[in-house]
Write a protein that binds this ligand. Structure first.
Ligand SMILES: NC(=O)c1ccc[n+]([C@@H]2O[C@H](COP(=O)([O-])OP(=O)(O)OC[C@H]3O[C@@H](n4cnc5c(N)ncnc54)[C@H](OP(=O)(O)O)[C@@H]3O)[C@@H](O)[C@H]2O)c1
Length: 334
C-alpha cells in the first residue's frame, strides 16, 4: 500500500455540505445514513464527474488477464480465479474484508479470489496496483481509517453504492491494531494512554458492529456470514499484546455472541476466529523464541491456515454454525 494522506487538499464543497461536520443535509437513507450524490468520494470528500452509464466493472470484476485493468500476468498469477462463483439466487458471491492489505487479510483475499468471489476491501492506504492481488483491485477498494468515527459511516455509503442494491454474502472484520509503547514495550492497564484505548476499541471492536449494522440489508439479502477475527489474547494475559488490544478482542468475542443472537433470525450467521501466533507484521520481535516451547505443535501459524477457516465459515459447509469462536493456535491453550 502506498503512503497517501487520508484527506489531501481542501475540496470544493458542493451546496448542502458542511465542511465542519463533513455531513450533508438530508436525504437520509432508511438505515439512518445520509445518501451522498454520485461521484462523491467519502475519504477525500471530493466530487468527480459521474462515470458514463454502462455495466460497472466493479460488479462483475475485471476479466482475468485483462491487461487494461492490471499489469500482472494473470496466466501466472495465483490469486486470480477465471471462474466467478455465484450464489443460489444467481448473484455473484460478494464479500467485504477489512485490513486486506497484508497478513491474514491478504491471505483471505487470495483464498476467496481463488474461489471466484468478488472482494471489496477496506484499509487506510490506497490500493497498490503493482501487487494486484485480486480482480477488481482499485475499483473495489475503499480507503478508510476504521479508527475515525466520521469516516466509517461514509465508507458504508461508499460500499453500499459499490454493491448497488445487491447482496453481500460475507463480511470479514479482520483489520486490527495492537499498539506498543515508544520503545516497543507492552502497554498494560496502567500505562496505556487514553487515546490508544479509544483508537484500539474503534478499530478492533466498534468498526465490526458499525459495518455489520450499516450493511445489514445487503447481508440479509445475501443470507450472509460475518466473521470477526478475535485473538487468543482475549482469553489470557500475553507477554507482548497490550491490555487495550486484549480487552478489545475479548469484547469482540462477546459481541460475536450478541450479534449471532440478533442477526440469526434474519438469516445472517456471525462467528469468530481466535488465532494464536500467526506469522504476520503484527507479531512482536521474539515471538517465535518465546512461544515455540509453549505451542504443542511447535510452530507458528500461517495466514493461509486462518484464511481456510474463514472460508469454511463463509461456506455452506458451516450453514448451521453461528455464535461460535473457533481457536486456531496449534494447541496453545491446552
Ligand atoms: N498475526 C497474529 O498472530 C494474530 C493473532 C491473533 C489475532 N490476530 C488478528 O488478526 C487480524 C489480522 O492481523 P494481521 O496479523 O494480519 O495484522 P497486520 O499484518 O498488522 O495487518 C493489519 C491490517 O489491518 C489494516 N488496518 C490497520 N489499522 C487500520 C485502520 N485503522 N483502518 C483500516 N484498516 C486498518 C492494515 O492495513 P493498512 O495499514 O493499509 O490500514 C492491515 O491490512 C487482526 O484483527 C489481528 O488482531 C492476529
Amino acid at each position: 500500500m502506498t503512503d497517501e494522506p487520508k484527506a489531501p487538499g481542501r475540496p470544493a464543497y458542493p451546496p448542502g455540505y458542511d465542511p465542519v461536520t463533513h455531513t450533508y443535509t438530508p436525504p437520509i437513507g432508511p438505515d439512518g445514513v445520509p445518501i451522498y450524490p454520485e461521484g462523491y468520494d467519502p475519504v477525500t470528500h471530493r466530487f468527480t464527474p459521474p462515470k458514463p452509464a454502462g455495466p460497472p466493472v466493479a460488479s462483475g470484476g475485471a476479466a482475468a488477464g485483462d491487461p487494461a485493468k492490471c499489469p500482472v500476468d494473470h496466466g501466472h498469477h495465483p490469486y486470480h480465479s477465471a471462474e466467478p462463483s455465484y450464489a443460489a439466487d444467481g448473484s455473484r458471491r460478494t464479500m467485504l474484508v477489512t485490513g486486506a492489505s497484508r497478513g491474514i487479510g491478504h491471505s483471505i483475499v487470495r483464498k476467496f479470489a481463488d474461489q471466484g468471489w468478488r472482494i471489496i476491501t477496506i484499509s487506510r492506504h490506497a490500493f497498490e496496483r503493482s501487487r494486484c492481488p485480486w480482480e477488481a483491485g482499485p475499483e473495489d477498494h475503499v480507503q478508510c481509517d476504521l479508527a475515525d468515527r466520521e469516516q466509517v459511516p461514509l465508507a458504508i455509503v461508499d460500499i453500499k453504492a459499490r454493491i448497488g442494491g445487491g447482496p453481500l454474502h460475507a463480511l470479514v472484520n479482520n483489520a486490527g491494531i495492537s499498539p506498543k509503547g515508544p520503545a516497543g514495550e507492552r502497554l498494560n492497564s496502567i500505562t496505556t494512554p487514553m487515546y490508544t484505548w479509544m483508537q484500539v476499541f474503534h478499530v478492533n471492536m466498534l468498526a465490526p458492529i458499525l459495518l455489520a449494522r450499516g450493511l445489514f440489508d445487503e447481508l440479509k439479502r445475501g443470507q450472509g456470514s460475518i466473521v470477526n477475527i478475535t485473538s487468543v489474547v482475549g482469553h489470557r494475559v500475553h507477554p507482548f499484546a497490550g491490555t487495550a488490544y486484549a480487552t478489545s478482542k475479548a469484547a469482540l468475542t462477546s459481541l460475536t455472541r450478541e450479534m449471532a443472537a440478533d442477526f440469526a433470525p434474519h438469516g445472517i450467521r456471525v462467528n469468530a476466529i481466535a488465532p494464536g501466533e500467526i506469522i504476520t507484521d503484527i507479531l512482536s520481535p521474539g515471538t517465535e523464541e518465546k512461544f515455540l516451547p509453549l505451542i504443542p505443535m511447535r510452530r507458528l501459524g500461517r495466514p493461509e491456515e486462518v484464511a481456510e477457516l474463514v472460508h469454511f465459515l463463509c461456506s455452506e459447509a458451516s450453514s448451521y454454525i453461528t455464535g461460535e469462536e473457533i481457536n486456531i493456535n496449534g494447541g496453545q491453550l491446552l
